[in-house]
Write a protein that binds this ligand. Structure first.
Ligand code: ARG
Length: 571
């Protein structure tokens, strides 16, 4: 049981003894002010209202019971009825020794719950750019965390492999009889220019989209090649970024096309879609235009072609009915919020969603330049992800070369890749996903702030201390003991690891893990500055401290691994 869960269970029991209803939640939070206490109970005020007793009197009763307990010391009741407390060292010792003695950090039992994480999902025909960093990295970390917690996770790369942009490309390729598509990006740009200035070309590209949808073999042949080329390029990026999406995880939009005709017939029968101006439309009751008129979503255009929403509804139905998902998490930027509301609304009315399916859309903001405009090249072009990766490694190499002039070229290269890519991912992950953030190489690659470098460095320091003490042996009687505030702080922080993981699962906020690892590294530094290890004469204290830093290294390594970031031995 995690530290917080333990406390919650205990305080809950006390409150039940005092007459609280069964569904009462004590609401315990970490104490943030001045570090005098460890935790605060916030639920007493609410309970006093339920029980109709004076808040202070109730808080007093709770604290009296707490006093008799093995867990707590320094209990303080505030005038407003909050209870602040610290945890007894003896209890921390018990828990931290348990944690140390466990063979595996993670003993979460496998869960039968199926969670689909739909992430990265770029559109083919265009190379991945900076905008794809967020969905790709956030989705991958969520996958890691859910797997760590024992869930059955299905990762899906829902690539956009049909639709208007492909039709446009096909039209261009056909018109100019292009044989070599390797540079898909260039072709895309050219065809986009053409479509903007040429109405006839627009019509042709619409026709091509339809041909593709109707599986015209001539079009399918080119489409397959285009798809393959882009997928290959994307897979290389995933590999470089250590993203766990494999070719097998690709289930793109085109996969659902064969399912659409029957679905549309069914939706017609259920009166969820109807013909309007030649299109097949579904009205979304909650969707209104500027003058308050109800709005709809087109599921099939006049010419017979399907849209993004059409494939996504078929996909939702498939994931619920065939894959039997308990949960689906989508990663796209915030601009798709309405789209996901719409498809859920239609699928729900059609009865396509099982009662146990829970859907979450984890949105994110934009990546900006220093002047708060979208992050682009100086010439105003989008920045390719490939270039960002190369740049991150190049910049890290420079830092490493300066720090370690005697390192071999291979060592610099290998380490720069781990640190550079880690830094790029960490910078992204350490930001609250809902907000925009400003891209800044300097901030990303410093050793002194909240960066992966800082955490990786703390890890290398621990390894070096352990190396110097590698001859120390211990037996069962050598336990971790807490003799001062530094040892206590690091122990509590270590015990909080699992609470953070559960928090992230609940709120979809990987930045909490970054903050946690950064804080843990800071606390470790503080601990090491104040608690000697190498020169400590008392062997019991020495071993206790060594055990504490072994555990710290383990948690840092596990945490970084969940973030998809490697550790290094020296840097
Ligand atoms: N391809 C889409 C885009 O680039 C993202 C797809 C997200 N997943 C989904 N099931 N709609 O914006």
């Amino acid at each position: 049981m995690t530290l917080l869960k333990n406390l919650q269970k205990n305080i809950y029991k006390i409150c039940i003894e005092l007459g609280a209803p069964k569904n009462f939640q004590p609401n315990i939070q970490k104490y943030f002010k001045k570090k005098k206490f460890d935790y605060q109970i916030n639920g007493i005020i609410k309970l006093s209202k339920i029980l109709n007793i004076n808040t202070y009197t109730l808080a007093k009763k709770v604290s009296e019971k707490m006093n008799k307990n093995f867990f707590y010391q320094s209990i303080q009741i505030t005038d407003t009825g909050f209870i602040n407390f610290t945890i007894k060292n003896a209890w921390i010792c018990l828990k931290i020794n348990n944690m140390f003695n466990k063979k595996k950090i993670n003993n979460n039992k496998p869960s039968k719950k199926i969670i689909i994480v739909d992430y990265s999902s770029p559109n083919i025909a265009k190379e991945m750019h900076v905008g794809h960093l967020r969905s790709t990295v956030l989705g991958d970390v969520t996958t890691n965390i859910l797997k760590f917690l024992g869930y059955h996770v299905i990762q899906i790369n829902h690539i956009g492999d049909c639709g208007a942009q492909i039709g446009m490309l096909l039209a261009y390729i056909k018109k100019y009889s292009i044989k070599n598509f390797q540079n898909v990006e260039k072709l895309y740009q050219k065809s986009q220019k053409k479509i903007q200035s040429n109405k006839k070309f627009y019509k042709i590209s619409q026709y091509c989209t339809l041909q593709l949808q109707n599986k015209n073999p001539k079009y399918i042949k080119i489409w397959k090649k285009l798809r393959e080329i882009t997928i290959k390029k994307n897979q290389k990026i995933y590999q470089k970024l250590k993203i766990k999406l494999k070719i097998q995880n690709i289930v793109g939009e085109s996969f659902y096309h064969p399912l659409i005709p029957n679905m549309l017939t069914d939706l017609k029968k259920k009166k969820i879609i109807f013909k309007k101006n030649g299109n097949l439309v579904s009205i979304i009751p909650t969707l209104k235009n500027r003058v308050g008129k109800k709005m709809g979503v087109i599921l099939q255009k006049k010419d017979g072609s399907y849209l993004y929403a059409t494939t996504d509804i078929a996909c939702l139905k498939y994931r619920s009915q065939i894959l039997k998902a308990n949960k689906i998490i989508y990663y796209t930027d915030v601009r798709q919020t309405q789209h996901f509301k719409n498809i859920q609304n239609i699928a729900k009315r059609a009865g396509y969603l099982s009662s146990f399916l829970h859907i979450e859309h984890h949105t994110f903001g934009m990546i900006l330049s220093k002047n708060n405009t979208p992050f682009k090249t100086r010439e105003g072009h989008t920045i390719k992800l490939k270039h960002l990766i190369t740049e991150a490694i190049k910049k890290t190499k420079k830092i490493l070369q300066k720090r370690n002039q005697n390192w071999s070229v291979q060592n610099i290269d290998k380490t720069a890749e781990k640190i550079g890519i880690g830094a790029l991912k960490y910078f992204e992950l350490s930001k609250n996903r809902k907000k925009n953030y400003v891209f800044d190489w300097k901030q990303m690659l410093t050793l002194t702030g909240n960066t992966s470098l800082y955490i990786q460095y703390a890890y290398t320091r621990i390894l070096s201390i352990l190396k110097k003490n590698k001859n120390i042996k211990w037996n069962k009687n050598h336990e971790i003991t807490i003799n001062n505030i530094y040892e206590k702080n690091i122990s509590i922080k270590l015990l909080q690891f699992f609470d953070i993981i559960l928090d992230i699962k609940k709120h979809g906020t990987p930045h909490l893990l970054c903050n946690y690892l950064f804080k843990l590294s800071e606390i470790f530094s503080n601990f090491y500055e104040n608690c000697s290890i190498i020169s400590e004469n008392d062997i019991n204290i020495k071993i206790s401290r060594i055990k504490l830093i072994i555990l710290t290294a383990k948690i840092i390594k596990t945490g970084l691994k969940l973030l998809g970031i490697s550790t290094v031995k020296i840097m």
